[in-house]
Design a protein around this ligand. Structure first.
Ligand code: GLU
Length: 508
């Protein structure tokens, strides 16, 4: 598909490497991904690192690793290549300078020398001071000063900024695919700084617009926090004369606290015990460690599915969707304007569903390292079988160990409650008899053993529940677990008898 101007759909995810990627950023990237795939377009990965003061080492690598884990693939950009590069803004200085000069020459921007101290003094002097049409002539800039003074200041190495000249009293309309038309008056905007001579870099606004233009971006899909910048961006497109190819905007709803009031923050995660980052993050400055979904044992598919539904739904009550299904069902215009609650408990449910959806073989591969950490080496086939017996009982792969360790090793402890309930009266005696009976059985497979044992119990006049639970306690260590004959089948005749007889002795 193409956009209104007949262009191939191109979208971008453009994080600033100022720290770990917030989960809201993951949702933004996901929606861009779904939109690009749906329209057979391109998804660009751009790094917006023009604010050198906020640069955090390792953040870019972290973001890439997170998308790799999540299975979100980019078509071009930093680390992916492409013909619109470089895709890291700090490597595009010369390009931006050219566009800054264009605005200066066209009289759409001007040079300002006001120092931070001077600006501070103005703010103290004038309540609600804003650098704009009403104040700019009282400031030190190329509009208020003679050209010779401006040239002299630059020639003698004074630092300056370039500001956008905003004409007051113009209507600026942002046409948002999610929010509709939003019109404001240009008078509320200030003459934003577009460029700083000190680091020879543009600010976010200029770099963002120039790059979206040069990279032929057709749709800007980003978080609601960028909505206030959108009118300024529209004015910049106008100033450059690029209105015809201006991207369509779509500002995604905020992610809200689980309780619903206010924006989701890292503090909410700390308070309620859930990560707000895809991967664990080690802060290089403070050495603080923030938890991540990967390390907390979530499946990437579950995280993706959960995030996809925070701000959008397919129009029915379908919840479990593969990435491909989401691609075909996604509809940007059906995204909600209202914020989406971050109901993290729902993510636990998704994780369980994805454990059930994945094949036993896939889960077995994830479970294998957990087993190995616990000193268990088993064939893939046996691990798969174990997984099939207990996976419906867990929400996380890591929980499988506690749910099925008895399949791989004899219990070393016995649960008090289970003993109290099932290991009393005749239990040791009937279990010993049952062992003798089982030992004499020629066919130990669950299929053969179950009817044989049932017939034996009936013949003896014992209570099935009592006999079977007593045996279960000796094999498992507690009255839990899957069907008892699945367990005996899995651990085998010798081990069944060894455990049961050992427990009779140990519990005597
Ligand atoms: N660099 C901005 C960010 O960190 C990008 C905003 C946009 O998508 O325009 O989110």
């Amino acid at each position: 598909m193409t956009d209104n101007a007949g262009r191939r759909v191109r979208v971008r995810f453009a994080p600033s490497p100022t720290g770990p990627l917030h989960i809201g950023g993951v949702r933004t990237a996901l929606y861009n991904y779904l939109f690009a795939r749906q329209h057979g377009g391109d998804l660009i990965f751009r790094i917006e690192d023009t604010d050198s003061g906020r640069f955090v080492p390792g953040a870019e690598e972290y973001i890439l690793e997170a998308f790799d884990w999540l299975g979100i693939k980019f078509d071009e950009g930093v680390s992916f290549g492409g013909k619109y590069g470089p895709y890291r803004q700090s490597e595009r200085r010369d390009i931006y300078r050219k566009y800054v000069d264009m605005l200066l020459e066209a009289g759409r921007a001007y040079i300002a020398f006001d120092t931070p101290q001077e600006l501070e003094a103005k703010r103290a002097e004038i309540p609600n001071f804003q650098y704009d049409a009403s104040t700019r002539m009282g400031m030190r800039n190329s509009l208020s000063m003679p050209k010779s003074d401006v040239d002299a200041l630059i020639a003698t190495g004074n630092q300056y900024v370039v500001r956008f000249l905003i004409e007051p009293d113009q209507d600026v309309t942002v046409n948002d695919l999610i929010r509709g038309k939003v019109t404001i008056s240009s008078s509320v905007l200030d003459d934003k700084v577009l460029y700083k001579s000190a680091d020879q870099l543009p600010t976010y606004h200029l770099a963002n617009i120039v790059d979206d233009h040069l990279m032929e971006v057709t749709h800007v899909i980003r978080g609601e926090e960028w909505l206030p910048s959108a009118p300024l961006h529209v004015l910049l497109y106008r100033a450059f004369g690029w209105e015809d190819t201006m991207p369509q905007f779509a500002h995604l709803p905020l992610l809200l606290k689980p309780e619903g009031n206010g924006k989701l923050s890292k503090r909410d995660g700390d308070r309620l015990g859930f990560p707000v980052f895809p991967l664990e993050w080690h802060d290089p400055k403070t050495a603080e460690i923030s938890s991540g979904y990967r390390e907390k044992d979530y499946l990437p598919e579950a995280v993706i599915n959960f995030l996809a539904l925070l701000g959008w739904n397919p129009g029915d009550d379908r919840e479990i969707m593969s990435l491909d299904e989401m691609v075909s069902l996604f509809n940007l215009e059906k995204c909600s304007k209202a914020g989406a609650r971050f109901n993290y408990q729902k993510l636990v449910w998704f994780n369980h569903e994805y454990i059930m959806l994945k094949s036993d073989a896939e889960i077995a591969q994830l479970f294998k390292p957990v087993l190995e950490r616990n000193g268990i080496q088993e064939s893939d086939e046996r691990i798969e079988k174990a997984v099939s017996l207990v996976k419906n009982r867990v929400n996380f792969v890591g929980e499988l160990w506690d749910s099925c360790k008895y399949l791989f090793q004899a219990p070393t402890e016995f649960d008090e409650k289970s003993l109290k309930k099932w290991w009393k009266d005749e239990a040791p005696k009937t279990t010993a008899e049952l062992c003798d009976f089982i030992e004499a059985q020629p066919d130990f497979s669950g299929q053969a053993l179950e009817p044989a044992v049932m017939a034996w119990i009936a013949e003896k006049g014992y209570a099935t529940g009592k006999v079977m639970n007593a045996l279960r306690v000796t094999l498992v260590g507690a009255a839990v677990g899957p069907h008892i004959f699945e367990i005996t089948d899995f651990i085998g005749k010798e081990e069944t008898l060894r455990r049961a007889r050992k427990a009779i002795q140990a519990l005597a």
